[in-house]
Write a protein that binds this ligand. Structure first.
Ligand code: ACO
Length: 401
């Protein structure tokens, strides 16, 4: 009888790395992170500079094509994306099959996967032009699909895309415009949301991107692969953390209750964690959280609004950053800590937060997927395991057990 565990130990055949904390699964030229220094670069450009000076369309072009576009290239790219914003009318029928109280991420998983049933040409992934069209379709249709999920949940009619608006302005209108009423896109809100999209555009081999790559490595349809990424993103340890962080801040309420929650987060017997805190790669302040905090201030000042939860969040951050537990474990606010406050101020319900993350991350997913398929050395992803079950044994008939 072979003792499989002994065999592994003797041959040292596999690297055991649960959670892939130190295993690189691919080469990628898209995004660089230095987690110790709190650095994030897209194609070499620092995230802070992109958030301040660029637009989500430009960053999308950069991620897909490797270089910043010229003015003409950007205009052409924006036109191409705009042309693809509509979804097939039959797709709207899908929504009506969901309960009105379905979580938008549940709807997104289903609807985005269903796009593969509408674009039969997308299965030809060996053709770079065809891959580009799939990428453009996905980037263009995500705002429409996310806005429709929202409209469905509030019982309002769907609002069709309007192609004279910007990518983000169009999304705001499809989400918040009500038929027969005037809707003006607020440029401050539009800029803030566009910046939030930039901050979420890509983040190298996080769980959802790795899911998209793994699904895509079998040659699966790109729409189905992105649906897999959406499913993974939904979890509260990943993209669902923005929703969880705001819910946590609401639960904490006022700053006087912070010490109680800090104590809970430190208690090994309590599963509670500070949501929006900690990161697998960043062992320093997440540079996206810095921009996010600054954006909250700008939006509040411009819209002349405030939210007491922002004060609670700032105090929570200060207390945590001075607490030996968080210092020793290098736990800092991540991108999700402040995003909920600003999305809430714009008017999005909490359940939409992760859908917005999925919308923006789609560009990273498709860029990573395309990079993988373009790689001549690409193989199907197939992790191994260390078997821990019983050694080989003989079958025992049921009357002898
Ligand atoms: N609150 C309290 N303690 C924490 C937290 C937290 N938010 N995060 C990590 N820790 C502690 C863990 O209990 C663990 O302690 P131990 O070593 O004594 O067991 C230690 O720090 C390391 O934590 P791990 O879970 O092993 O680290 P990992 O890299 O696997 O997890 C993760 C990273 C999932 C992000 C984690 O920090 C977490 O759960 N944070 C809260 C959820 C969150 O904000 N997720 C968003 C991530 S960013 C994004 O996806 C866009």
């Amino acid at each position: 009888v072979i003792d499989i565990r002994k065999l592994y130990a003797e041959t040292g055949k596999f690297t055991y790395d649960p959670g892939f904390t130190s295993t690189a699964s691919c080469d990628s030229a898209l995004t660089y992170i230095d987690g110790d220094e709190g650095v994030l670069l897209h194609r070499g450009y620092p995230i802070g500079q992109l958030a301040e000076h660029s637009s989500f369309m430009e960053v999308s072009y950069l991620l897909l094509n490797g270089e910043l576009p010229s003015a003409d290239e950007l205009a052409q790219f924006s036109r191409t994306i705009t042309r693809h914003t509509m979804v097939h009318e039959q797709l709207s029928v899908f929504y009506r099959g969901f309960r009105r109280d379905a979580h938008p991420m549940a709807i997104m998983c289903g609807v985005v996967g269903a796009l593969s049933a509408f674009y039969h040409d997308s299965t030809d992934i060996s053709d770079p032009e065809q891959r580009k069209i799939s990428a453009h379709r996905l980037i263009a249709k995500m705002p429409t699909i996310a806005a429709m999920a929202y409209k469905y949940s509030v019982g309002q009619p769907f609002v069709y895309p309007r192609n004279d608006l910007s990518y983000t302005g169009n999304f705001l209108r499809m989400t918040f415009a009500v038929p027969a009423e005037e809707y003006e896109v607020n440029p401050i809100v539009e800029r803030a949301l566009d910046r939030i999209f930039i901050l979420h555009a890509d983040h190298e081999q996080n769980a959802s991107t790795s899911t998209v790559r793994l699904a895509g490595s079998s040659g699966a349809n790109p729409f189905a692969c992105i649906a897999a990424g959406i499913a993974c993103l939904w979890g509260p340890a990943h993209g669902g953390a923005n929703e969880a962080a705001l819910n946590m801040l609401k639960e904490i309420g006022t700053p006087d209750r912070i010490p109680h929650y800090i104590a809970r987060a430190k208690d090994k017997n309590d599963p509670f964690r500070l949501m929006g805190f900690g990161h697998r790669v960043y062992k320093n302040y997440d540079p996206r959280a810095t921009v996010m905090q600054q954006t909250v201030r700008e939006v509040f000042a411009s819209l002349k609004v405030t939210d007491p939860l922002f004060e609670t969040a700032l105090q929570l951050e200060e207390i945590a950053l001075n607490d030996p537990y968080f210092i020793d474990k290098k736990l800092f606010p991540n991108v999700d800590f402040y995003s909920g406050i600003i999305l809430s101020a714009i008017g999005f319900p909490t359940a939409m937060f992760t859908a917005l993350f999925a919308l923006a991350r789609t560009v990273g997913w498709v860029a990573q997927w395309n990079e993988m398929i373009s790689d001549p050395g690409q193989k199907i992803g197939r992790p191994r395991q260390l078997y821990t079950g019983p050694a080989q044994r003989d079958y025992v008939p049921v009357d002898k057990r």
